[in-house]
Design a protein around this ligand. Sequence first.
Ligand code: SF4
Length: 199
Amino acid sequence: MSEDIEALAEEIRGCRICAERFAATATGHRPRPCVWFARGARILVCGQAPGMRVHEAGKPFWDASGNRLRAWMGIGEDVFYDQSQVAVLPTAFCFPGYDARGSDLPPPKVCWETWHDRCLDALGDVPLRLLIGGHAIRRHTGDRRPVTEVCRDWRAQPHGTFVLPHPSWRNTAFLKRNPWFEAEVVPALQEAVATALRD
Ligand code: SF4
């Protein structure tokens, strides 16, 4: 039988495995796991790791990336932040910090290894899964091709799975270079989101 999801969420909120690692980053911050899920959600958003704004707010995708992601999904904050409808499961639950050049460090692998299988088991079947950005795509699918290539091949994903580029402003150039994404993938995604929420 699956473990109690609320107890698991509390356990993750108390996790401090990466305390020393984060203290040694340019940001020198403490772990603050951003846990946002409940059993019965219809959509599973598998992202990368919180950025600084999400770290401070304690709310996933509470930034410009989240605005773009919600626009792609065709839903507003009211639905996105309703945990009975949308669950967010990042590759790592905490902001990994900045490197010396001010870029986000990669999500700590130990987070995935420690928590991911237990979270998936506790969440149960979720009809629609969005894999967002290279870290999440590689972890969930094992596909190591460039993100653009995997996303261009989006129809090859199993039913109920979408692969998406990270909705960060850094990928604005990607969207300009790849108009097929907003012309083909976004409408299909919006239809799948509406169906998952309706059924
Ligand atoms: S990133 Fe994951 S493993 Fe590391 S402290 Fe946060 S919750 Fe724990």
